[in-house]
Design a protein around this ligand. Sequence first.
Ligand code: PBG
Length: 324
Amino acid sequence: MNPVIRPRRLRTTAAMRALVREVRVAPSQLVLPVFIRDGISEPVAIASLPGVVQHTPESLRREAVKVVEAGLGGIMLFGVPTDADKDPLGSAGADPEGILNRGLRAVRDEVGDATVIMADTCLDEFTDHGHCGVLDKAGRVDNDATLDAYVRLAVAQADAGAHVVAPSGMMDGQVAALRAGLDDAGHTDVAILAYSAKYASAFYGPFREAVGSSLEGNRRAYQQDPANRREGLRETILDLAEGADMVMVKPAMAYLDVLADVAAASDVPVAAYQVSGEYAMIHAAAQRGWLDLDATMAETVTSIVRAGADIVLTYAALDLAARR
Ligand code: PBG
């Protein structure tokens, strides 16, 4: 036994391994999701997302500076209104004085164009029933009425300084509606990051704590069935036709097959979202000493890039950038 071909030659030293590495994760392709909460005077820790907090406007400004200093690609804002500001229509989302729009203005004022400022364009944070859209008389999410609400949201977010709006509600036609609405309002340069293949996932659990969601029931009538791979491609092709500037697959790690499909078919940049539950389970295992936190986080994000993501949204973005 004397093999002529020895793949191990390329693994002999750290320098050799670095030379032949196929995938490198750069801070500039990472986006940090953040939460801004109304009615608090100090940042509030989120128990199920270790290291992540609900920010005040002041602490969010400081976080945005860290994002720029770390060279991250972007920051994605989610708003957490007071319960008193929630209503069936999610009106606080489009209110210029609503918490998310105040957060966007604060971040844009603090860092300008030094990173890409993104806004979650969805109603669930702002509705008292917790659904991503407005309800019809039967209590179902009304697709087309929701599109009008999304346009008001997106225009308010663009007015507040968002470079990118990110519709995450999985309504049919949402990308086309936003494009038309933004253009009508003069925001032709504001880009749309479409949550194209977004699955009805159990991995969103900690996020619901983070935004204080009051959802009863589930989102299976609008988010995708985890069993459906081909449908992820169908949704993506529709969003591309509607004018999406970037497309996203979410969650990431349990959907790498979908991500690879989307990356092969897309002619625009592809993002993937390592969601709250993916982050939380790695932290939980690490707290027990069962996994190495940094190594596991780096490996999962590398896998997401390897599968085809150009951009990764992860709560570990600053940690990953600091470890380099
Ligand atoms: C909807 C939205 C959700 C997440 C991002 N945007 C929640 C949901 O769809 O139920 C989840 C993100 C995460 O789990 O980290 N606005």
